[in-house]
Design a protein around this ligand. Sequence first.
Ligand SMILES: Cc1cc2nc3c(=O)[nH]c(=O)nc-3n(C[C@H](O)[C@H](O)[C@H](O)COP(=O)(O)OP(=O)(O)OC[C@H]3O[C@@H](n4cnc5c(N)ncnc54)[C@H](O)[C@@H]3O)c2cc1C
Length: 464
Amino acid sequence: MNLNDSIQNITVAIIGAGFAGLRAAQRFEQLGINYMIFEGSDRVGGRVFPFSYQSGYLQYGAEYVNGEDNEIYETVKKNNLLSATEIDEEGYETVVYGQEVNNKMYKIWDKFESSTNEKLERDGARKEVKNQSVSERIDFYFSDFMKAQKLSQSEQTVMQNMNKLFKNQYQLEWSAPSTDLCLRNFDTWDSGVDSEATLNEIGFKSILDELASKVPKTKIGMSSKVVNVDYTGTKVKIMLSNGQYFLFDSVIITASLGYLKKHKTTLFTPALSVSKSAAIDRFGFGNNMKIFLEYNDPWWPNGMSTIQISGRVGNTETSNSLEDDLMVFQPFLWARKILVAWVAGNGPLEASKLTDSQLMTVLDNHLDTNLKNVYIVSKIQRIHRHSWISDEFALGSYSYISNKSCQSNTDDIKLMRDPILTNRRPVICFAGEHTDSEMFQTVVGAARSGLREADRIANYYSLL
Ligand SMILES: Cc1cc2nc3c(=O)[nH]c(=O)nc-3n(C[C@H](O)[C@H](O)[C@H](O)COP(=O)(O)OP(=O)(O)OC[C@H]3O[C@@H](n4cnc5c(N)ncnc54)[C@H](O)[C@@H]3O)c2cc1C
């Protein structure tokens, strides 16, 4: 890009030092544009949050890399971050009402699951059904399928619970209630090559460090929460929670969709347009939580990939509905004493109300009562978790196309992304995973969005 001298004189504020903000900053470093990042929390990375554990890092947030034709995957290759071993997908254990699901049931179920996955993908592009929710469509196929089976009452119960677990898989992967996850997500979301890379024990720590190393620490104001962005004057005024304010030519805001939903009316002066504000309200922002359960020794067999639990047994009423969402547990390849509970639905909210020791009791009881016919489950020693739903700067996990957004027949991602212009000058630019049309939800989408908005600003000023 050939920039003229005027670009040296402009200054840009970037709100947020997650992947969108850091990637925008990296671009400005390259182009010699003055900028300052304001980060509300006391760390960089946002929803990428590695924490040190034994010889590596566990991830409270992003863990897998989607697609291959993107910069994040390039870093994965360059830094040798791919896991050397893959999880054995066949190593499943499914328990319904405390009983192991038998091979006959698995066989029947597997046929249904694989054909339904394919049908759902296709349905995402079918005009007559693409606005339906995943849950509605799965139940439609399930009821059809069950009519053709000759099963006893107890076998039907097993199948119904397998169906519940199936819907929960979508809920976990897309971080959206399956009743609000619109089929259109499958047609809109596109990572190019349909792959999801599992990383080694260093994984996202290395990706984050590499990106952060391109941005001088002096250009990031940590613990600098922006409470208002005022674009009434020629310069944009950024107001911090401590009362300090600063003036800039342009701003890139990368706050999460959860943050925008909650704070958009006080965050901008004047208020956002009705159409942008409505898109922010309509688009989905989900909840997801990983709880890392640390044991003295693994009690699950070698080669186990996933334990799925459905149906409540025993008296596990410590909290209202948390147990219903404690369905999926997975061991780690390199952290042998860790089992991770993947929690979606109401689970993250319910879990956030409990202390670690209360949560450990719920989990211990839940695993023991449900699995006692299959394994000897030992007691959890410690748990590690981050509550995204109560993290004041995230307020949830990641975005998805909701039913309301589908039904509105608007391009909500574009509406959320459109910059605010004054005489064609991009005054407020919107980045963050929720603004990437094809890879919303992801780190790849977040980084791409930061680069896109940095280039938007650079392009404008270079054309002056
Ligand atoms: C549990 C979980 C698992 C995930 N798994 C994956 C995965 O496997 N692969 C994948 O690709 N993605 C995954 N994601 C999603 C991925 O982490 C996000 O899409 C991505 O990190 C978002 O980056 P971002 O820059 O858009 O937003 P963020 O990372 O949220 O960055 C925004 C930054 O802005 C700051 N901020 C917000 N408001 C203010 C304010 N008012 N003032 C100052 N600073 C502010 C925040 O503190 C934050 O640092 C996962 C997310 C979660 C929660």
